[in-house]
Ligand binder design. Structure first.
Ligand code: GTP
Ligand code: MG
Length: 404
């Protein structure tokens, strides 16, 4: 499904998902599609998916014992390096499964943490990720992976190494409190920096990972932020001064969100997310060409409310309209029910205009479609905030961006 880089040897993996009351087969497949993209981002290739209907997870092995045997046969016949579960495993389950399958066992959280570790560029991002990894490890310190010494390295093995894991919880706790102190200090510095930025209106790009936030940042601020078709391309926040007409404001691009973003990450990325928390205006970017974009909107909104910013003024930016594909129903097909999957872009526009009024817009950052309209919308919103703050200089900024 995903293009694979021929030059890199991908670690072979297997994915495991379960069907239960909360998630039917279709949902599980969608979640596994995303897990596959995460795996690919981490440097793995997916050889097979195992799905089982599980009403109550087996306390020992999460999935049933018959299914585990099936997975085991596949793992040993196909030289699999990691088995990745979409759902969170307890320490006990992880250890038991590992004993049976004799390869690395990861869950979604562990995989996301691994990608973050791989992607963290600055020492600040690295410190934040390291803290999150230790907090994830602490309850799992049960001699995990100690018999896997021969297979060290690869997915799930970046970051805190085995020596710490084997020795003592206390060392990990000490390390956690040290990292926390270090972060508190950096947080304070970052807070001061943000305070020094003066009275400029602050706008933050937010959204699910891979929706095009950095691409949009680049086209509107003429900057050069790293963007690519993998998950979590951006970990560090970039802030740029943007001028529309002659109205200056600050635009920040930050880490993307994902379903079940590990809570450890949300906590340790506090300062990165402060940029969002302290913004005057949010641009919620959505990839409308993604089949699950509505779920993505919900995930983002729920993370926003977790970090305490649900009431902020928000424009919703539907990106990638160039890539949007509508599902069609054949004329003679009388069985398929027409759902939102069959909406045209115009129908989506109509739907969202009704929900959000003028605060929704449809663009392509890549093909630069509708960007003037986008600039006008952002200008209006920023101008309103600016003028309400500094009523005495509103004459500086015409009501309409076109009047420049
Ligand atoms: N077809 C199409 N692709 C786009 C558009 N905008 C961005 N992309 C592509 O989408 C991929 C992700 O873009 P990014 O800008 O890195 O996305 P992001 O939201 O910053 O992602 P993270 O930093 O990983 O959260 C890249 O391959 C972009 O080229 C668009 O309007 N149309
Ligand atoms: Mg980005």
């Amino acid at each position: 499904m995903l293009e694979k880089n021929q030059n890199i040897e991908h670690e072979k993996t297997v994915l495991v998902g379960v069907i239960n009351q909360q998630q039917n087969e279709k949902k599980v497949q969608e979640y596994l599609d995303e897990l596959e993209f995460l795996t690919y981002t981490a440097g793995g290739s997916v050889e097979k998916r195992f799905i089982q209907k599980v009403d109550t997870p087996n306390p020992k092995t999460y999935i049933g014992s018959g299914k585990i045997k099936e997975v085991e046969a596949f793992v040993s016949e196909n030289d699999i390096g990691s088995v990745i579960f979409d759902d969170e495993l307890s320490a006990v389950q992880q250890r038991n499964i590992e004993k049976i399958l004799r390869c690395k066992i990861l869950d979604r959280t562990g995989l996301i943490l691994d990608i973050f570790a791989q992607r963290a560029q600055t020492s600040y991002a690295r410190t934040q990720v390291e803290l999150a990894q230790y907090e994830y490890l602490l309850p799992r310190l049960t001699g995990l992976w100690t018999h896997l010494e021969r297979q060290r390295g690869g997915i799930g093995m970046r970051g805190p190494g085995e020596t710490e894991i084997e020795t003592d919880r206390r060392i990990v706790r000490d390390r956690i409190s040290l990292l926390k102190k270090k972060l508190t200090k950096i947080d304070r510095q970052m807070g001061t920096q943000r305070g020094n930025r003066g009275a400029l209106v602050r706008v933050a790009l937010v959204g699910y990972t891979n929706v095009g936030k950095s691409t949009l940042m680049n086209v509107i601020s003429k900057s050069d932020v790293f963007a690519e078709n993998k998950l979590f391309a951006t970990l560090d926040t970039t802030v740029r001064k943007v001028v529309l007409g002659n109205l200056p404001f600050l635009l920040s691009d930050t880490v993307g969100f994902i379903r079940k973003l590990p809570t450890q990450l949300v906590e340790s990325f506090k300062s990165t997310l402060d940029e969002v928390r302290e913004a005057d205006l949010l641009l919620h970017v959505v990839d409308i060409s993604h089949p699950n974009f509505e779920d993505h909107i919900d995930s983002v909104n729920s993370i926003l409310s977790d970090i305490g910013v649900s009431e902020k003024e928000t424009l919703i930016i539907f990106n990638k309209i160039d890539q949007y594909q509508v599902e069609t129903i054949d004329e003679d097909d009388l069985m398929t029910e027409r759902t939102s999957k069959h909406y045209s872009i115009d129908e989506w526009k109509h739907t969202w205009m009704q929900k959000m009024g003028k605060n929704a817009i449809f663009i392509s950052a890549l093909n630069k479609e509708n960007l003037d309209e986008f600039r006008r919308l952002v200008y209006d919103a920023v101008r309103n905030i600016h003028v309400s703050r500094f009523p005495y200089n509103n004459f500086l900024y015409p009501e309409n961006l076109d009047e420049y």
